[in-house]
Design a protein around this ligand. Structure first.
Ligand SMILES: [Cu+2]
Length: 161
């Protein structure tokens, strides 16, 4: 084998690898239907607010849908928002006849050619210790971090379910 031929061969192999790289299977995420329930923070020094205490809370929620049109799975690792101090990914589980929520620590999978649905009674993003009310009509920015697709900011529309 001549040096020149060997050189061409190496070049072709590199070209082939580059081609594979370009056609690599990657996730392709489309995020839609991002919404939150309205939350009125309790006003401790207001009698009227005390009466409605059971309607008020300090935590908010974000629901959304992530469609993956790509051939590789991805993973929603975490979410953050400026409206709260701490944001957690939660799952809803049944314990006896009671529904309760617990944090998901390893993220949520977005399957290849599939979808991840965050919806009432299921997985959701929990906005812990809200700094302000979430009023119907508001739009709040939420930063989503994915294992492969990086970070993406979405806007959650505050509305009644
Ligand atoms: Cu929760």
């Amino acid at each position: 084998m001549t040096m020149r031929f060997a050189g061409v061969l190496v070049f072709l192999v590199i070209l082939g690898l580059a081609g594979c790289q370009r056609g690599a299977q990657v996730p392709e995420l489309v995020i839609s239907e991002v919404w939150s329930r309205p939350v009125a923070l309790a006003q401790p020094d207001s009698g009227a607010a005390m009466e409605q205490m059971h309607h008020a809370g300090s935590n908010g929620v974000v629901y959304l849908q992530i469609e993956n049109r790509g051939a590789a799975a991805d993973r929603l690792l975490r979410a953050t928002s400026e409206v709260c101090a701490v944001t957690e990914l939660h799952e809803t589980i049944m314990q006896g006849d009671r529904m309760r929520m617990q944090p998901v620590t390893s993220g949520l999978e977005v399957p290849a050619h599939g979808r991840l649905q965050l919806s009432p009674g299921g997985h959701h993003i929990m906005l812990m210790n809200l700094k302000r009310d979430l009023a119907a009509g508001d739009s709040i920015a939420v930063l989503l971090e994915f294992e492969k697709s990086g970070s993406q900011t979405v806007f959650s529309h505050v509305r009644q379910p």
